[in-house]
Design a binder for this molecule. Sequence first.
Ligand code: SAH
Length: 214
Amino acid sequence: MDAERQRERLVSTLQAEGVLRSVRVARALRAVPRHLFVAEPGLGYIDRPVGIGQGQTISAPHMVAIMGEALDLRPGQRVLEVGAGSGYHAAVAAELVRPGGQVLSIERFPELADRARANLRRAGVHEVEVVEGDGGEGWPEGAPYDRVYLTCAAPDIPQPLLDQLAPDGILLAPLGPREEQVLTRVRRGPQGWVREELGGCVFVPLVGRFGFSA
Ligand code: SAH
């Protein structure tokens, strides 16, 4: 089966499971050729995490779908991603903020950052900039961001990321201990921060000042 048909089948499955609810997120998953971000042949359209080197993984498609729905990404938005990995998730986010939007993604491994840039180029994605650093610190030069999300687990939300979030922004992160986390959405409400827990999940750790040790 060719990649496009495999991708279509994956999207239909995620819709049937109720994970993919909006037309926009479904369209974004259909648009991004995930196999270009997964080195092992044949694993691009299986709904599970896949190794991408340096002990890291590209998230399972259902998790990218869940986060895509929860973030409510809109054209023109500025997005900060922590954990570029393969670049796939950033490519999906870029699709959702097109036209006019921009995704900045921070990766701590220079080797992965390089590969993410190459993958994104190959996939024809031009709205993502990948930078190297400790994503817990955010990237103040580009702030404020309409949306901030972490693709790695943190014990709690790093304060710099809250500081760099736009007043009506949304932050999404897997929060909790190293072994398992709760996908948590945070927005600023009239009385302060409002937190919602969206369900259990397991991500690789955020390593650095606001995260875990390597
Ligand atoms: N979004 C990625 C998933 C990557 S897994 C994809 O679609 O492929 C999480 C990534 O977070 C890993 O690449 C890991 O190296 C990175 N990471 C962990 N701690 C980090 C930190 N402090 N700053 C930036 N990136 C970090």
